[in-house]
Every structure is written in C-alpha cells, then in structure tokens.
Unconditional design. Structure first.
Length: 341
C-alpha cells in the first residue's frame, strides 16, 4: 500500500533536512527519498571532511558535522527516510494529492512535493571497462540496496572513498569472500573506516589489493572474474561473482526532468514568495531551483525551506489557521522540540 504523509521530499541533503525541521514545527510529517545510502547529500558524499565556513553561528564545520547537527535537530519530528532509492515517477491523483514512486517500488502519497535535490540526482560513474554493461544489475552493482542479496557472494569492491570502505566493512561478515581493490595505498575515506578495513585485512577476513581493474570475464551475463593489474605484479585473473565499483558520482537532473516542471538550464524556476514551481503543490528549494538573484548557498536554501513550509501548511491544512510563533518564546514549539521546562 502507498505510504501517506503530508509532504514528500526528494533529497536528504542539508536543505531537505532543514525543511523537515520547518515542516515539523507546523506539525507536518515528511518522508524523504534520496539515491544515496545516507543522509547529507553532497556534504557527506563529496566533502564529509571539507571545512565549511559560511553557516550562520558555526564559524567552521565539516560537511559531516553539519549533517550530524541537522539530523539531531530533526529527531523530534521522526522523519522517514527512503535511502538508496531514486524518485522515478510522479502522478497527480484525483483528490489533488501527489503519488511519488521510486525505482525500489516505494509509493508515497502527499499533499505537497518538495524537490531539494541539490544539482540533481547523483548517478554512479561507470568504470571505463569494455563490456561492463552486459553484467550490470546481475553481477555488477553501483550501490548496495539490500545487504542480504550479497550473502555468500565472492565480492570484489573497487574504490577508495567512504562508500567503498564502508561497504567493505559492512559486507565482510556476510560475504563468502571479499576483496577490496584500490589503485594506491591511500584513501579518501574517514581514518576510522580505513583502520577498520586494515584490521579486517590483517586478520584475513578480507583481501586488499593495490591494483586496477582492467577487464571482466564471464558468460551469459554472469561474472566469473576480473583481470587485475599492478606495477609490481603485472596482470592476473581474480575470481569473483560480484563486482561493486565505487568510482564516484556525477549529477544529473534524472527523472525529475520528466515531471512537467518549468525548467531553465536544468533548474526549476520558482517564485520568491513560496519557492513554488509552475505546478501548484510542487516546491523546489536549494541548488535545484532558480530565480532572479539566486545564490547557491546553504544558508539561502535554509531561508527557502522556511518560506516553503509556511506555504505547505496552507495546502496540507486548508481549514486551519496558521499561527506564526517563535521557538524562543513559544511553549508549544518548545514542547515539540523536547526542550520545554
């Protein structure tokens, strides 16, 4: 059965997360869809340890720290996350609500749709390996959607970022055999994850090879192994039945382009009163939108989320009066946040 909620949000980056907070203050419930396997968007996927200097009140914080603070802030409102899923289709129902579908079969019915997808959908980069397309979806995967489907597999993971290290650590206990391949003995992942991986390798629970994947071999779309190459060992055959490359992400607008919205250079045009698109009930906030004077800053997206939430209330609660309140002085808001004395 479809999930019913007040607001469906595409994108679980900082702007989508702050939208949950602003909506929650108005007693509006939200479900979030994101193609990534964790909240945070670009902040956690592209620069989790990169310093950010222009968040009001935080002279310096990393992308991961900002995400962690926002996740703590929205905790009282219990948002539901649908991670590792792509928003694939949108339908207007007879009662005026929207039905958002994902590539994982999730259906969310909501009065309001908020697109907070940053620059668009993160799309995994395909390794430049001849014939890899034939194995995609059966032996080659660019994301881990259900861990259990990898149980008992002979897995080869390639990459040196957080995703590669995290899934090496998480899949090691259920895989029959797991090998991590990276072209150098240095990583773009958190040091804690690197230490965990090295400990697993030291105890023989995984293999780690400093090498590059040159070719795949198999038959009937089923992978039998890969050809690895390194300056010290040359080329050799490595048997495996599952290949998971984490070669980074590119950003594309993706299925959102087919939602019938007014687009300007792959950005969603909105007004500056409510940040609503040309389609009533669909809002766009953050880097995905465009309007005169737009600044692609996180703080701008926070402002947009606040005004969007006020407009969303009137759509979701047409028979109720909106009473504007301040968190510093409203006992009812403080109760919602769990800080009332």
């Amino acid at each position: 059965m479809p999930i019913e909620t007040d607001v469906a949000i595409i994108g679980a980056g900082p702007i989508g997360l702050f939208a949950v907070f602003e909506l929650g203050l108005l007693d509006l419930k939200a479900h979030l869809v994101d193609i990534l396997d964790r909240p945070g968007g670009q902040c956690t996927e592209l620069y989790p340890e990169k310093p950010i200097y222009d968040i009001p009140g935080l002279p310096i914080c990393t992308g991961q720290e900002l995400t962690d603070r926002l996740m703590e802030q929205v905790k009282p409102f219990k948002p539901e996350f649908h991670l590792g899923e792509t928003a694939s289709a949108l339908e207007r129902l007879g009662d005026g609500r929207w039905k958002l579908s994902t590539d994982a079969g999730t259906e969310i019915v909501a009065r309001v749709l908020v697109i907070a997808a940053g620059g668009g959908t993160f799309v995994p980069k395909r390794p430049p390996i001849a014939g890899i397309e034939a194995y995609e979806g059966r032996s080659v995967f660019y994301a881990v959607r259900k861990m259990e489907s990898f149980r008992g597999k002979n897995i080869l993971i390639a990459g040196g970022g957080d995703s590669a290290l995290d899934w090496t650590i998480n899949l090691a206990p259920i895989a029959a055999k797991l090998t991590l391949v990276h072209h150098r003995d240095g990583f773009r992942a958190s040091q804690h994850s690197v230490n965990q991986m090295r400990e697993l390798a030291a105890h023989g629970k995984i293999n780690f090879e400093i090498a590059s994947v040159k070719a795949l071999y198999g038959e009937n779309d089923r992978l039998h192994g890969v050809t690895l190459s390194s300056p010290s060992k040359g080329e050799w055959q490595h048997a495996c039945d599952t290949f998971i490359p984490f070669f980074g992400l590119t950003i594309k607008l993706g299925p959102i382009a087919n939602f019938g919205l007014n687009l300007t250079e792959n950005l969603i045009a909105v007004d500056t009163e409510k940040f609503e698109s040309n389609t009533p009930g669909i809002f766009a906030i953050g880097d995905i939108n465009t309007y005169p004077g737009k600044l692609k800053l996180i703080l701008s997206g926070f402002h947009e989320a606040a005004l969007m939430a006020q407009a969303a209330f009137h759509i979701c609660r047409p028979n109720e009066k909106l009473r504007f309140q301040y968190t510093t002085s409203s006992s009812s808001l403080q109760k919602k946040l769990g800080v009332a004395g």
